[in-house]
Design a protein around this ligand. Structure first.
Ligand SMILES: *Cc1c(COP(=O)(O)O)cnc(C)c1O
Length: 388
């Protein structure tokens, strides 16, 4: 049997009752979604002020253990403000994995800063701390508390890391490198709700972090996101900047600095509160699905499933297959076969350094990310597939 046939057979074995029309990840509304949305309509609290917006922030603090959560209009907006709070200024550079969704790199550009792309490791798909440290020794020097790019002369202000498909990157190693090189650590935890690294929920290692509740994420608010931080002053500033920097007053419109209208509306928060109540159940069923895939792929040669390493607890947002030998033609043949049979499968994002608006940005050699681009495929991962 060809590899494509074997992969298709394994997916069919893991999803016995499904034939055709299986999407990659669909939202699920089985809890209080209708009740909470109706409550918004009945009471008239549909916009950016309301009880559910406050409640989702407290719920997120309870789930993540972060001291402060601020709900935003989407995950990209959360990243935008995270970088502002991290002190990123026009002309700065920010280290970003080339293997990420475009919003991570775009957020850097929104600040007038330049993304500086670094490589990832195959074990976690996240930034490789060892390689990063070696690269910084070759590329940067410390000038007091500022890390300078010796080639461009620009300050390298921050390191943004991302938890790919809910798999935590090596936060201990990366926090150490960030501290050594005086970089502010920012986590793009958009895919990581529910995931933990050494027992601690992701989003707590960085100075500030972003979550996303887009429609394809493990929990959705339709569109939405959140900023997490354990710093009280940054939490206060996150709320202030995302709500037009308005100074509380009975009637006056006073805005004491440039602010944004990035607040999550109450309608979206209501949906999210209902979704968050079901996060443990979602994760439990997704873990069952991941075990089914592991069983089905055990004897398939030439491909492995991405599995959590020591210290990682994953939310199993998206399951990923990785070819032993990176090869675009093989990857595309698998994508063709799975999609043609009705099992939605997707490649990795196009690497950031290949996108036109980021192509001229500084970067390390990126051999691991480029190999992963030719070897990673996501397969259907909705929680309901565990019930088949
Ligand atoms: C989804 C996602 C975002 C952006 O979130 P939106 O809510 O869609 O703006 C950012 N980064 C990563 C890695 C994501 O997966």
């Amino acid at each position: 049997m060809s590899l494509s046939d074997q992969v298709l057979a394994a997916v069919r074995a893991a999803l016995p009752a499904c034939e055709g029309g299986v999407s990659l990840h669909e939202p699920e509304f089985r809890g209080q979604e209708w009740a909470y949305l109706k409550d918004c309509l009945d009471t008239g609290w549909v916009s950016s002020v309301g009880a559910y917006v406050d409640r989702i922030e407290r719920d997120l603090e309870a789930i993540t253990g972060a001291a402060h959560a601020v709900a935003t209009s989407n995950g990209t907006a959360a990243l935008d403000i995270c970088l502002r709070l991290a002190g990123v200024k026009p002309g700065d550079e920010v280290l970003v994995p080339t293997l990420t969704f475009v919003a991570t790199a775009n957020a850097v550009a929104y600040q007038g800063a330049t993304p500086h792309f670094v490589d990832s490791e195959a074990a976690t798909l996240g930034v490789d701390p060892v390689r990063l440290d070696t690269y910084l020794h070759q590329t940067a020097r410390l000038n007091g508390d500022v890390c300078l790019n010796t080639r461009t002369g620009a300050p390298i202000r921050a390191l943004m890391v991302m938890h790919v498909f809910g798999h935590p990157c090596d936060l201990d190693g990366l926090a150490e490198v960030a501290a050594r090189w005086k970089l502010v650590l920012v986590e793009d935890a958009a895919e990581g709700l529910g995931s933990r690294w050494n027992g601690r929920h992701v989003g707590n290692a960085g100075l500030v972090s972003a979550l996303s509740f887009n429609g394809n994420k493990i929990v959705t608010t339709g569109g939405g996101g959140a900023i997490l931080t354990n710093d009280a002053e940054l939490g206060r500033r996150a709320k202030h900047l995302t709500t037009t920097a308005r100074v509380p007053h009975k009637w006056s419109f006073i805005h004491d600095e440039l602010g944004w209208n990035y607040r999550m509306p109450n309608l979206n928060a209501a949906l999210g509160c209902a979704q968050l109540e079901r996060l443990p159940d979602m994760m439990a069923r997704k873990a069952v699905l991941a075990r089914r895939y592991a069983e089905a792929f055990r004897d398939v040669e030439g491909v492995r499933l991405l599995t959590p390493g020591a210290g990682a607890e994953v939310n199993h947002w998206l399951n990923a297959l990785i070819l032993d030998r990176p090869d675009m033609a093989t990857r595309d043949a698998l994508l063709e076969a799975l999609n043609a049979a009705g099992f939605m499968a997707r490649p990795l994002w196009t690497l950031m350094h290949r996108l036109p608006m980021h192509a001229d940005c500084p970067r390390d050699d990126l051999p691991v990310a480029e190999a992963l681009e030719a070897s990673v495929i996501n397969i259907p991962s909705s929680a309901r597939l565990a019930e088949a």
